[in-house]
Write a protein that binds this ligand. Structure first.
Ligand code: UN1
Length: 501
């Protein structure tokens, strides 16, 4: 059965209509075999404006709905996603090429954040602050923000939207989503479930959440629309820089979750078996196409050759092929351009004297782009090791002192995720201290990827500084008001100012 047929079966299970033919359609292909799975109409600038305008007028009503009732909608979405977990996971795999286990994991991440947001809908708390004036009350209160524009990448075509959407909805906002032009089907599917959940729960779905499919120009129009109060964008640093500049120009908020050039340090005391498993999952999972993928391995010189040997053995045996097949651990790259960038980086590494293991194309499924992940032994942090290549390449570099290893960890432009493998308490504490890793995520004895939703997710420097998902990331989706209330009969002024009239 073709993947196009499977996709239409998935949509009929979900009860969502696949878009019909259109003169302005985007051809969507599965990276599994490169064949067309659907055509999706591209939104015109006028359609985008209409979607944002509808979201803005819907916001004016949605902001007045009590937050726990807004939470009930998000709970209904989570239930629908749970009910269709298998079908949605398969869709993610067919559209992105990530293996079945990771497709299901992505859907689970969407379910988890819906549950988190439901709980949050009863915990959107402010503060009561001590005031210097008698008979006064000083408060901090939180209010819905407006229309939230979401821009997401191909590699997490449902979960990253769910992080944003579930929180933003509970916080009283409405949504307009521009998914990656490579993965609009996953977007139409999960957004369709949200709209169905709304209808079934007596919530008017009109204007609540729209998907607009298109390329860069459409994203730019979304960011520039005056009614969009917050842009939450996930993708490359280049894209984030452009979004950030436009947002700054219009004084709107930007929540940026951009690339990573993530490192792990392996210390002499580490459990090398555990470290090898963790490093391999982090480096080759999702075929190296997560923003949290491990790209740099900094190994103590005394164990470097032994550890590289262990990794080479693991890499050699990696099952590569159809991501829907049981047992496959590495699916295809998203497209041929990714393969070209990977080869260019390996070429550049060789030019600075690196030893490259693997990285070659393998048969996989005809029409897809399958590679064996590469391990690259470096003698200095130089050349392509300093940049993020969104492909399965792991650079390995020896170190001599922990200070040097931490300096290497921090000496790149990005600051998303990092890890240390050690059984030495002092090393672990130093790595996670003020003089340790400068990243938004700093782990001990687990890899750089695979964060759970309860923590705030995001990173520093060219990763963009935004935080999504758990902890208090909800505050990004609300506006803060400071309220001073005078319940006395006089008007004492702050700072003791006298002003009698
Ligand atoms: C991303 O690659 O944009 O921590 C998000 C992880 C996932 C999310 C990755 N939970 O790897």
């Amino acid at each position: 059965m073709s993947y196009a047929t499977r996709v239409s079966e998935i949509f009929s299970e979900l009860g969502i209509a696949l878009p019909g033919p259109s003169p302005r359609a985007l051809e969507i292909r599965s990276p599994i075999d490169g064949k067309r799975i659907a055509s999706v109409p591209v939104a015109t600038p006028a359609e985008l404006t209409a979607a944002v305008d509808r979201a803005q007028s819907r916001f004016l009503a949605w902001r007045n709905v009590p937050a726990p009732q807004r939470g009930a909608l998000v709970r209904a979405l989570g239930e629908k996603v749970r009910q269709h977990k298998q079908a949605l996971g398969r869709l993610v795999t067919i559209e992105t090429g990530k293996i079945a286990q990771e497709g299901l994991g992505e859907v689970q991440e969407a379910i988890d954040i819906c549950e988190f947001a439901l709980g949050l809908s009863r915990q959107l708390y402010g503060l009561s602050i001590a005031t210097e004036r008698p008979d006064h009350k000083l408060l901090e209160t939180w209010h819905p923000l407006g229309v939230v524009g979401i821009i997401s990448a191909f590699n997490f075509p449902m979960a990253v939207w769910a992080w944003n959407a579930s929180l933003a909805l509970v916080c009283g906002n409405t949504l307009v989503w521009k998914p990656s032009d490579k993965t609009p089907l996953s977007a139409l599917a999960i957004n369709g479930l949200l709209l169905a959940a709304a209808r079934e729960n007596g919530v008017d779905p009109d204007g609540l959440s729209a998907v607009v499919v298109g390329e860069r120009d459409l994203g730019e129009a979304l960011v520039a629309h005056p009614s969009v109060r917050l842009v939450s964008a996930t993708g490359s640093t280049g894209m984030g820089r452009a979004v950030g500049v436009t947002c700054a120009k219009h004084f709107k908020r930007a929540l940026l979750e951009l690339g990573g050039n993530n490192a792990a340090i392996v210390c002499p005391s580490a459990d090398l078996k555990l470290a090898a498993r963790a490093v391999t999952f982090a480096a080759v999972g999702t075929a190296g196409q997560r923003c949290t993928s491990l790209r740099r391995l900094i190994v103590h010189r005394s164990i470097a050759s032994q550890f590289v040997k262990q990794l080479r053995a693991a890499y050699e045996g990696l099952p590569i092929g159809n991501p829907l097949d049981d047992g496959t651990l590495i699916g295809p790259l998203i497209d041929a351009a990714t393969h070209e960038r990977m080869q260019a980086a390996l070429h550049a590494a060789k030019a600075v004297g690196a030893t490259v293991h693997f990285g070659e194309r393998v048969a996989g499924v005809a029409g897809g782009c399958y590679v064996r992940p590469a391990l690259v032994e470096m003698s200095a942090q130089a050349g392509p090791m300093c940049d993020e290549t969104f492909a399965p390449i792991l650079y390995v570099l020896p170190y001599d002192s922990l200070e040097e290893a931490i300096a290497l960890n921090n000496a790149v432009a990005h600051g998303l995720s990092s890890a240390i493998f050690t059984r030495d308490l002092q090393e672990a504490e130093i790595f996670t201290s003020a003089r340790g890793s400068d990243c938004g995520i700093a782990n001990v004895n687990i890899g750089t990827s695979g964060a759970e939703i309860g923590g705030a997710f995001g990173g520093e420097k060219e990763t963009g500084g935004g935080r999504e998902s758990g902890s208090d990331a909800w505050k990004n989706y609300m506006r803060r008001a400071t309220n001073t209330i005078n319940y006395g009969m006089s008007l004492p002024l702050a700072q003791g100012i006298k002003f009698e009239i």
